[in-house]
Design a protein around this ligand. Structure first.
Ligand code: NAP
Length: 530
């Protein structure tokens, strides 16, 4: 028998869980989840050191005051097991499991234009028809594994960080190679170094990282947040990255050397990587101002790392601070002072192939028992592109997006009616704290659905003109920001062969929400309602 529901939600990560909560109050909802548990990112990413890089008092749901008052975070920056526990708690507390089907990946979506219904087929054989789809598929769920030759010859074990096994592993007699030094590599390195016999870090581009200052939650801090949640949550929505910062009031050029140091020392110890980006008014728009911050961080690295040559190699010099997601670490640079850790530069001598015993770069061979790929993700579009999605007139999403994604405000794709996205291409993505910005987007989409229901509409699409406008806004805004000088997953330049347009909206969350609200208030301008 074919099931018909109002809404199918894809993904039971933090946005999918909230969408399930919000929409199941009024509508018949099914949420399909590929994993065997809820939590999305925090279900899959259980590599050593996996931890959130935003304080958990902020990186948590705001939709239910009892929840935010009751829940106790053990540390300032929660480790993966605590975030997964939280996701499970939310699923239980709000009875969401009755709507969720685990281990059930969506394989295909087909729009039935005659009836304005989507047909959803899943790996477990479910076939469901629904009026709306909410794709909460996550920006970072399809692993990027560079296609080095020789993989089948390698006799050790390879793990991508997102597929780290659930069972504990004894690494004490293992020679571990870690490829990649983005947020993931920077978090994994200190723990792998402690656990493994030896750790070799293969670095192509060094990261800017600052200390997290993580520690056990202190009661005073927790009480302060809990007493002030309503105002803080509101304030957070008005910050560039939906995370609490204190905006610098002066340009870096207006400050004396002494003032600059004072401001930057404070930012360095702020426990927020976004703070470095707003320490002066022009860090993210002026390359010279940015260089002041960059050199401050390089000097910190030189002060931490004992070996001057290693320190210099760890200093980022080819792109601006904040151009890629800045990292926040628990002793990353200190790791390179250990005797069992070495750093290999694979920019000057790239990895050529995997061998029977390890890997070979253009300069030498490395024997490794385990290779850890912290090589990032086929980000933003990967998960939707992996499904067979067919819109109006048989148009395939993979075909439409083959040159790169186009969307209207990140929510919709022309020709794919009633398919609504959270954290879709050209939303602020990880340039905004994902739980809060996800809640905001889900509320927005719920408002759209509610208004359609109230007006008796059955179809919402967008137009190519609206997509073109948003494409230009997204690319233009990036041209005013230092982001344009960095290759990253924000502009798909982390994957060879991709066009390199910005897939992340870097104009800040307040501007994104302002434009979204304006569209809603102008009778859903840019959305084509029928
Ligand atoms: P990433 O930032 O894309 O970093 C991937 C790393 O792999 C880079 O250092 C990259 O070098 C390297 N790499 C890729 N292909 C390579 C190749 N062929 N040869 C050598 N090196 C190669 O991915 P990620 O570290 O997984 O982080 C992705 C995002 O996830 C972050 O930006 C953040 O938003 C999120 N994240 C958050 C947390 C947290 O909350 N704590 C933790 C982890 C991740 P290049 O830079 O030269 O390309």
């Amino acid at each position: 028998m074919t099931e018909t529901v109002d809404v199918v939600i894809i993904g039971a990560g933090f946005s999918g869980l909230y969408a399930t909560y919000r929409l199941s109050k009024q509508y018949k909802v099914i949420c399909f989840e590929k994993g065997a548990g809820v939590g999305g990112t925090w279900y899959w990413n259980r590599y050593p050191g996996a931890r959130v890089d935003i304080q958990s008092v902020e990186y948590s749901y705001s939709f239910d005051d009892d929840l935010q008052q009751d829940w106790k975070w053990p540390e300032y920056f929660s480790a993966q097991p605590d975030l997964e526990r939280y996701a499970n708690h939310v699923a239980d507390r709000f009875n969401l499991r009755e709507h969720i089907r685990l281990s059930n990946a969506v394989e295909s979506l087909r729009f039935d234009a005659e009836n304005d219904l989507w047909e959803v087929r899943t790996a477990a054989g479910d076939y469901v028809r629904c009026r709306y789809i909410i794709a909460a598929t996550g920006a970072l769920s399809i692993p990027n594994e560079p296609p080095w030759p020789g993989r089948e010859d390698y006799q050790g074990v390879i793990y991508h960080t997102t597929d780290w096994p659930r069972e504990p592993m004894d690494l004490s007699d293992k020679r571990v190679g870690l490829i990649g030094t983005g947020s993931t590599g920077v978090q994994a390195a200190p723990i792998l170094a402690e656990q493994a016999k030896s750790l070799t870090v293969f670095q192509r581009t060094p990261a800017y990282s600052m200390p997290s200052g993580n520690r056990a939650m202190d009661e005073e801090h927790e009480r302060d947040w809990k007493e002030n949640y309503p105002e803080r949550r509101k304030e957070i929505l008005n910050t560039w990255g939906t995370s609490m910062v204190t905006y610098g009031e002066k340009s870096a050029h207006e400050c004396s050397e002494e003032e600059r140091t004072q401001v930057l020392e404070k930012a360095w110890n702020s426990k927020s990587a976004f703070q470095m980006q707003v320490a002066f008014t022009d860090v993210m728009t002026d390359m010279d101002a940015n260089e002041v911050v960059a050199e401050f961080i390089r000097n910190k690295i030189r002060g931490i790392v004992d070996d001057p040559e290693t320190a210099e190699r760890l200093c980022p010099k080819t792109y601006p601070v904040g151009g890629k997601r800045m990292c926040i670490d628990n002793g990353y640079y200190q790791t390179f002072n250990r005797d069992n850790v070495s750093l290999v530069d694979v920019r000057s001598a790239p990895i050529v192939e995997l061998t029977k015993t390890g890997l070979r770069t253009a300069e030498g061979e490395y024997d490794l028992d385990i290779i850890v790929m912290a090589t990032g993700f086929d980000a933003v579009t990967g998960s939707l592109m992996n499904m067979d999605v067919e819109g109006i007139d048989g148009i395939k999403l993979a075909e439409k997006w083959k040159e790169g994604p186009t969307t209207y405000l990140g929510y919709m794709i022309a020709g794919f009616p009633n398919l609504l996205m959270v954290h879709g291409p050209m939303t602020p993505g990880a340039q905004a704290q994902m739980i809060t910005s996800g809640e905001w987007q889900v509320d927005y989409l719920a408002e759209l659905i509610d208004s359609m229901e109230a007006d008796g509409k059955t179809r919402v699409d967008t137009t190519e003109e609206a997509e073109q406008w948003w494409y230009e806004e997204t690319q233009n805004v990036a041209m005013h920001m230092v982001h344009r000088h960095a290759d990253s997953w924000y502009n798909a330049k982390n994957i060879e062969g991709k066009k390199g347009d910005f897939m992340i909206y870097v104009g800040g969350f307040p501007r994104f929400t302002e434009l979204s609200r304006k569209a809603a208030e102008n009778d859903w301008e840019g959305f084509d309602l029928r």
